[in-house]
Design a protein around this ligand. Structure first.
Ligand SMILES: O=C(O)CCC(=O)C(=O)O
Ligand SMILES: [Fe+2]
Length: 371
């Protein structure tokens, strides 16, 4: 008689190993002539060997300034809607890019979450995502067919804020299991110099080499984040936490590139300002895996057409946070209730064992879709 497993097999853990999709065996053949801004062969190899690389001085000042201006506009709009709804009494107009959202958060807890959830793709961010140099670099990693991935986040990481301090995870821990076998690179781009004190990222160097996605748990503390224990990383991914841990400060103008299997987390922001950053991802449009078939990527380049008209309308027509929350609930949320809802739910919560109850999990369970 077959043995009955003591623990149910969790849907997120597949035991599959696709090391050759992520390590140096997956490195595309280098071309003889480099396109503008492309990495050296040595740097590309480093990305595949280590699972990440810091790329310095990629962005022009104007590109970043335009993003900062867009952020200020979004913060202004959010402040206005909080004010009009009577959630705050002070618009904090005297504060600016480094701290206005801190002041808003003091009046309405969860403002940083509302900011993430609104995920507005302002023109400046479209320009950043399709930046020629950036796409030239991504082409070196995944080839000439490139789409923007449905998962991207503009993060207002305010000081000492649990909701924006992301615990250890592999990005595929949030994605559907089809993503375990395709490389989907992320560019993590800060809008301030990031250091250990304002909550930069830490990475487990080489943590992708087993080609596996380890068992995560959900949800961390009072958040919607999945988490990966150090012991589990050592056991399943073959990581030595003592020797593989790297702290990755990223100066303004630079970016950290990493793959979807490398374990990473962000540190607590113990500074007096917001650590603004965006994480953008790309995927091959022929392997559109990742988001549970809820939202498609947006094509930026193809082999035959390096400059297609980007269909932003279609991409923006699907609200990722709404669609992922609705996917695990019995009925869609009312638009009015959604506006100031500081909770987040999604299918990743169904992939892993729930080890903490909090408002995010409870809301999902109370409105849960019967399987
Ligand atoms: O920015 C952070 O704090 C976390 C970033 C992250 O996990 C990611 O970009 O995948
Ligand atoms: Fe991540």
């Amino acid at each position: 008689m077959a043995k009955i497993p003591i623990k149910p097999v969790l849907a997120g853990y597949t035991g599959e190993e696709y090391a050759d999709v992520f390590d140096k065996r997956a490195m595309p053949k280098p071309t003889t002539e480099l396109k503008v801004g492309q990495l050296s062969e040595e740097d590309v190899r480093k990305f595949f060997e280590d699972g990440y690389i810091l790329v310095k001085d990629v962005f022009r000042k104007e590109t970043l300034e335009a993003c900062k201006a867009a952020i200020n506009e979004m913060v202004e709009d959010l402040a206005q809607s909080l004010y009009k709804a009577g959630k705050i009494t002070d618009l904090c107009r005297n504060s600016g890019f480094p701290n206005r959202l801190i002041q808003l958060e003091k009046q309405f807890a969860g403002t940083s979450i509302l900011f993430i959830k609104q995920a507005r793709l302002m023109r400046a961010f479209k320009d950043l995502w399709t930046d020629e140099v950036l796409l030239n670099i991504i082409e070196q990693l995944i080839g000439p067919d490139i789409a923007g991935h449905p998962v991207w986040n503009l993060r207002a990481k305010i000081p000492r804020d649990e909701a924006t301090t992301v615990p250890w995870h592999q990005d595929s821990g949030y994605l559907d299991t089809n993503s375990y076998r395709v490389l989907q690179p992320t560019a993590w781009i800060p809008f301030v110099d990031t250091t250990e004190s304002n909550g930069c990222l830490q990475i487990m160097k080489g943590g992708h080499k087993s080609g596996k996605v380890a068992t995560h748990q959900c949800c961390h503390g009072g958040t919607w984040y999945v988490m990966l224990e150090e012991e589990e990383m050592e056991k399943t991914l073959g990581i030595d936490v003592m020797t593989d841990l790297r702290t990755c400060p990223v100066p303004l103008g630079s970016m950290l590139l990493f793959n979807n299997l490398i374990p990473h987390r962000s540190l607590n922001n113990v500074s007096d300002h917001i650590r603004w950053s965006v994480d953008l991802r790309w995927q091959n449009p022929h392997h559109p895996y990742g988001y549970y078939d809820l939202k498609e990527g947006v094509v930026f380049r193809t082999k035959d057409n390096p400059n297609p008209v980007v269909d932003w309308d279609k991409f923006e027509g699907v609200d990722r946070f709404q669609i992922t929350a609705d996917a695990v609930k019995d009925k869609p949320q009312d638009e009015k209730d959604a506006e100031f809802d500081t909770s987040i739910q999604g299918p990743w919560m169904k992939k892993w064992e729930i080890v903490h109850m909090n408002q995010h999990v409870l809301k999902m369970q109370s409105e849960e879709k019967s399987a």
